[in-house]
Ligand binder design. Structure first.
Ligand code: ADP
Ligand code: MG
Length: 240
């Protein structure tokens, strides 16, 4: 496997995105790397290109130029079949508005990534119940998502993003629609569950406070990466 000796999970090189020829590029030659298991925050004013960057990293859109390598593979070169597998096995998403399927129960929602990856119904529900317990939602397993508070829905969405042990979770303003206490709770479970299994996270946020809890800060301004700096040595909390 290419790059297997490197600890870089993601290598972004000269990534640009221009939606319309008549408009300026939304991302301008952005380059950075993300280490395996690290938690990276992505900041910058509304419209600076955060969501666009997350979409390119998740292969939900294609770059105008430049490359995104995940585990050595250039994702824009994937075939449809490779892309489907990449999303199903290696990625998780958390969105601002939760995006749980309203007609399925919370348990069914968080079991889905396991079922899509071939885990039996019985086993998927057992694992999902265990994870719902970890985030304090055992008693909500049978409920439909709209019956839950925003914070509860987002905790379920975090479980859904991580339960199949992806390499990478992309979170687009996951606390943007929550009060600060619920946002903190979501941040804590995102951090702890991802760290426990070595999943990398890239999280767009407007909160300096939440960003300060991550390993690394990327800041965009008008599509240009203007800051890329470590915030603390990786995972000091385990060594302390
Ligand atoms: N699908 C699209 N087509 C055209 N322009 C878009 C599209 N998506 C985003 N944009 C534009 O790209 C710029 C960056 O948007 P976005 O990545 O959503 O920024 P952020 O997430 O930082 O608020 C904005 O000017 C937005 O209007
Ligand atoms: Mg956005």
């Amino acid at each position: 496997m290419p790059n297997s000796c490197s600890s870089s999970l993601i290598i972004v090189e000269n990534l640009s995105k221009q939606y319309q020829l008549s408009e300026p590029a939304v991302l301008k030659s952005v380059s950075f790397t993300v280490e395996k298991g690290s938690f990276v925050s992505l900041m910058g004013p509304s419209g600076c290109g955060k969501s666009t960057l997350l979409h390119l990293l998740g292969a939900l859109d294609t770059p105008t130029s430049g490359t995104v390598r995940v585990n050595g593979a250039v994702i824009s070169a994937f075939s449809e079949a490779e892309l489907a597998l990449f999303r199903q096995q290696q990625l998780g998403f958390v969105f601002q508005f939760f995006n749980l399927l309203p007609t399925l129960s919370v348990l069914e929602n968080v079991s889905l990534p396991l079922l899509l990856n071939g885990v039996s119904n019985h086993q998927a529900h057992a694992v999902a119940m265990d994870w719902l317990g970890k985030v304090g939602l055992s008693h909500r397993a049978k409920a439909a998502p709209p019956q839950l508070s925003g914070g509860e829905q987002q905790r379920a969405a975090v479980v859904r993003a991580l339960i199949h042990k992806p390499f990478l979770v992309l979170a687009d303003e996951p606390t943007g629609n929550l009060d600060s206490a619920s946002g903190e709770a979501v941040m804590t479970i995102l951090k702890e569950l991802a760290f426990a299994q070595g999943t990398s996270i890239i999280m767009a946020t407007h909160s300096e406070e939440l960003a300060r809890q991550t390993d690394r800060l990327l800041r965009l301004r008008d599509g240009v990466l203007v800051q890329d700096e470590p915030l603390k040595p990786l995972h000091t909390e385990v060594l302390a």
